[in-house]
Ligand binder design. Structure first.
Ligand SMILES: [Zn+2]
Length: 95
């Protein structure tokens, strides 16, 4: 982990200002969201950038069982699910 040499005071409401140079470097603008992680004695802020676990796109992200998935991967998966169902039906019909 790299030290920036920057020390900031926490105000009475628990707020800390992220220095503008860091915000620029990480392309964090007003109203962007940050995800907060904890590692041992560290608090880590990461730009919140939800993306699909399968194809990494950030468009039309939905959450399914705590994972991010895009609409097109979701469509592909549900198509596969339907196919399986049909195959099962066919098997039942044959037997
Ligand atoms: Zn996807």
């Amino acid at each position: 982990m790299k030290s920036t040499g920057i020390v900031r005071q926490v105000d009475e409401l628990g707020r800390v200002v992220i220095p503008v140079e860091l915000r620029r470097n990480f392309e964090i603008s007003d109203n962007n969201s940050l995800e907060i992680y904890v590692e041992d004695d560290k608090i880590i802020l990461k730009k919140y950038d939800p993306s699909c676990v399968f194809c990494n796109t950030a468009d039309n992200i939905q959450t399914y069982k705590n994972k991010n998935i895009c609409q097109s991967c979701l469509n592909e998966l549900s198509k596969k699910g339907n196919k399986k169902e049909q195959n099962t039906k066919n098997l039942e019909f044959i037997s």
